[in-house]
Design a protein around this ligand. Structure first.
Ligand code: 26W
Length: 799
């Protein structure tokens, strides 16, 4: 169908007329986008069916990645890339007077995630399909994704996101595959030879699946992302207020919770979690049984992965289905369940570890609660055998204690594999947060360092760099990203360095244009583009970056002999709507931007840009244009980070702490090619243990630091002195929980080295090329191979 541009053009025009019954001359961009999207989706239908058929007839073990978030971004561009039809379509459309890039920009990002965890899930889907692995996503079809961010007078304002407003060309509603999910009610027990549990008087919700194709890279594989939507059930007996029921039901899949790393014990969130796992599991089991497979072999044919604890009710839900619906006894059901489920932890921040009060849980999910109680009781008995008399330890490890259900404990007990997302993170889990569990179940723990799909983050986001790489080393790296290492031979090559320089300049020029159109600000394309884009969080320390910019500004103002290589500091970040401190930091960045950008004395040297509404599609424009990647979290706090990998792959040099995957980036590129600074994780953890940190000492002993901190509250900015009081207090009154002051000096000094290094362009370009060359390890293809081989035991259909 897309074999020639002529064939494409004909199909495209036919499709347009069918969809819109008008002449193409009257088409809008939106209609053109919809037409192309529909055409592409229909184009993959055949391979989609074939892929499913292949898995079925070859009895392939399937993996299902359960995740409360999938941060997909736009799909048209990556689908065309993976199908290998982008060029033909681009030329064909051009002849029809249509610009493909303009069409791509019509697509609203699918922003069904907050940040790292959701984007990781999306990268994993791309890798699964591209490696011809039978692995699928299971999630929720939120009507509204992560809020749209507007900046008004420097403050963040949230608006409801509306990604479905023009429909979604990629999804297929499969009403006939709907599932009933039950909430509330009571459990009745009957004795009929064996104990039987009946969930009665429950409120039923219908889960309707919407399937989206996940297209592999030029391999004819099309896997499935199944997103569930909540609708009123037709089987609900007439129980009064229908409108209320409708509202409450639809609310389940209405909004994505916008918090990142902070629990909010809302009952609706718990409903979402159970809705996802119950619909997902029931539907997997339904199709499993349709194939006449024996449930005793479930774990040999199905792997279920829970992405953080949010879908962890998959454990009691699978137990429920096996026991109550299929008559299994506890031991058998437990054997099957624990061998089916595996779990990833994505954070050690205690405020993000999920706990549910039994008082909320029990009435909402009575049968699931009973099962968790039983799991807990049996687990505690096991603990008693090993740690007889050690009540304290048993209490600390219990799943239910003091009226709370600890979801991470349930995840560890009910699964066969527990992994962290970077080596240092896994080590911290084993030696601290999950130490007691590691001692009890050492064989369950393993590391899977995160990765990113090089198809979206290099090939799609940076076609210019892609072709420069291909010209140098061919294209073997596309299917085997480790082969990017062949670029090492070109690191010192003057003409390749020139090319890399040109590519970077070209991406900086495009970003500068975008910045101009979004903010009206003109930035110097020759300046260092220094970028920090990620969720706003105290531990990620955007504040450290800001204090450094304030320092540079002060020095430039006060010391005629002080000079720097011109810099453009670029920020992008959403703050959780209820996170007061994070919102103040956004206001601070914007306030600083106004001051710095308009000062005649510094505006040639320094610019501060805050790009609103940071999201996947904006990341694809920003990251390729970066010279410097800011990865400056308090050591031990960032589980992995994945932005760090995207920047590296696009040739930016990292300034970062020894945290998360930065440690492994250092291992790959060597200390000449990354700028690390600050406390190590061990030092941070030691300070936290011994309480020996005194923030105010750093304030008193560093005059520059003293000055910038005073400026937060002293009329330096044209705002009231209360505006940034919270930030000031976090540093000096609350003793600087994230060691900003402690690391300030080392950060400033390291930035000086970085600035000097940039001025030696040949050596800078060499570093840049080495970063690209060594980024292959951070392709999510590597990560997914490890999950497939070591956890899920699934096999490629090409083997
Ligand atoms: C229940 C509230 C909540 C919401 C989200 C708790 C925890 C989360 C996520 C686990 C936060 C998250 O996205 N973590 C990030 O996961 C990435 C992928 O593994 C890592 O690269 C980041 O370091 C980690 O912060």
């Amino acid at each position: 169908m897309f074999s020639s541009k002529e064939a494409f053009k004909q199909r495209f025009l036919e499709k347009f007329e069918k969809m819109y019954s008008k002449s193409f001359a009257e088409s809008t961009l939106q209609e053109q986008y919809n037409t192309l999207g529909q055409l592409v989706r229909e184009f993959v239908s055949h391979d989609w069916i074939e892929t499913n058929e292949f898995y079925r007839s070859n009895q392939k073990k399937q993996a299902y990645y359960f995740s409360i978030e999938f941060l997909l971004g736009r799909l048209l561009g990556s689908n065309l890339l993976n199908l290998g039809v982008r060029d033909i379509i681009e030329v064909g459309l051009k002849e029809l007077g249509v610009d493909l890039i303009e069409l791509e920009e019509q697509e609203v990002d699918a922003g069904l995630g907050n940040g790292g965890l959701g984007r990781l899930a999306a990268c994993f889907l791309d890798s699964l399909a591209s490696l011809s692995l039978p692995g699928h996503g299971v999630g929720i079809r939120y009507k509204h994704g992560l809020f749209d961010q507007k900046i008004v007078d420097g403050y963040q304002v949230e608006l409801p996101e509306q990604w479905l407003r023009n429909g979604n060309v990629w999804e297929i509603r499969k009403a006939s595959h709907s599932i009933e999910v039950k909430f509330g009610g009571e459990v009745q027990v009957s004795h009929n030879g064996q104990l039987m549990f009946h969930h009665v008087n429950a409120e039923t919700v219908t889960a309707v699946p919407y399937d989206m194709p996940v297209i592999g890279y030029q391999n004819k594989v099309v896997n499935t992302l199944r997103l569930w939507s909540a609708e009123p059930s037709q089987f609900r007996p007439d129980k009064g207020d229908v409108m209320k029921y409708k509202r409450e039901t639809e609310a389940i899949s209405e909004f994505l919770y916008p918090d990142d790393s902070h629990i909010d014990g809302k009952i609706l969130r718990l409903k979402q979690q159970y809705f996802l796992v119950s619909a997902g599991l029931q539907s997997i089991i339904r199709s499993y049984l349709k194939n006449n497979y024996d449930l005793l072999q479930f774990h040999q044919r199905v792997a279920i992965h829970v992405n953080d604890t949010h879908p962890v009710l998959a454990i009691p839900e699978l137990m429920r289905i096996l026991m109550d619906e299929h008559g299994f006894g506890w031991e058998e059901a437990w054997e099957i369940t624990t061998h089916t489920i595996s779990y990833t932890n994505h954070t050690t921040l205690s405020e993000a570890l999920e706990k549910w009060p039994t008082s909320i849980f029990k009435p909402l999910l009575p049968r699931i609660y009973m099962i968790i109680e039983e799991i807990n009781e049996r687990f505690c008995k096991q603990l008693w055998m090993k740690y007889t008399g050690n009540w304290k330890r048993i209490e600390e490890m219990a799943i239910i204690a003091h009226g709370m259900i600890k979801m991470a404990h349930l995840a560890i007990v009910g699964s066969h594999s527990v992994n962290g997302v970077a080596q240092i993170h896994t080590d911290i889990l084993k030696s601290r947060e999950m130490k007691m569990f590691y001692e009890f179940y050492p064989y369950k723990f393993n590391n899977k360092t995160n990765g990113i799909t090089h198809r979206r983050w290099l090939m799609k986001a940076n076609p210019e760099l892609t072709s420069a790489i291909k010209d140098a080393i061919g294209d073997e790296w596309i299917v085997n990203p480790k082969k990017l290492a062949l670029l090492m031979d070109y690191a010192k090559d003057a003409s390749f360095q020139d090319k890399i320089f040109e590519v970077k300049q070209c991406k900086k020029r495009s970003l500068a244009k975008r910045i101009k159109s979004l903010t009206g600000i003109v930035v110097d394309e020759q300046s260092i583009f220094d970028v920090q884009v990620k969720r706003l969080h105290a531990y990620k320390r955007q504040l450290l970056n800001i204090l450094h910019i304030m320092y540079l500004y002060n020095r430039l103002k006060e010391d005629a002999n002080f000079s720097i290589t011109p810099r453009t500091f670029i920020f992008g970040a959403k703050a959780s709507p209820g996170y007061y401190y994070a919102k103040k930091i956004i206001k601070l960045i914007n306030t600083l931007a106004v001051k710095v950008n308009n000062d005649p004395k510094t505006k040639e040297m320094l610019k501060v840009i805050f790009l609103e509404n940071y999201r996947v599609s904006l990341a694809e424009e920003i990251i390729p244009a970066a010279n410097v990647s800011e990865q400056i979290s308090t050591a031990s706090k960032e589980a992995s980070g994945t932005g760090n990998m995207k920047f590296m792959m696009n040739g930016a040099i990292t300034i970062g702490t020894l945290d998360g995957a930065n440690v492994e980036i250092l291992e790959e590129v060597g200390s000449d090619n990354i700028y690390t600074f600050g406390l190590t994780a061990d030092q941070v953890l030691a300070y936290q243990r011994n309480g020996g940190y005194r923030a105010h000492e750093y304030y008193h002993h560093n005059k520059y630091l003293h000055q910038v901190i005073d400026q937060l509250v002293g009329g330096f900015f044209s705002v009231t002195s209360q505006e940034f009081e919270t930030i000031y207090d976090s540093l000096l009154v609350q003793n600087d929980e994230y060691f900003v002051l402690k690391d300030f000096h080392s950060y400033v000094h390291t930035h000086e080295k970085l600035g000097a290094a940039y001025n030696d362009q040949n050596s800078w370009l060499e570093k840049s090329i080495i970063n690209i060359a060594k980024s292959g390890r951070f392709s999510s293809d590597r990560t997914i191979k490890e999950y497939a081989d070591e956890i899920w035991k699934i096999h490629s259909s090409k083997q």
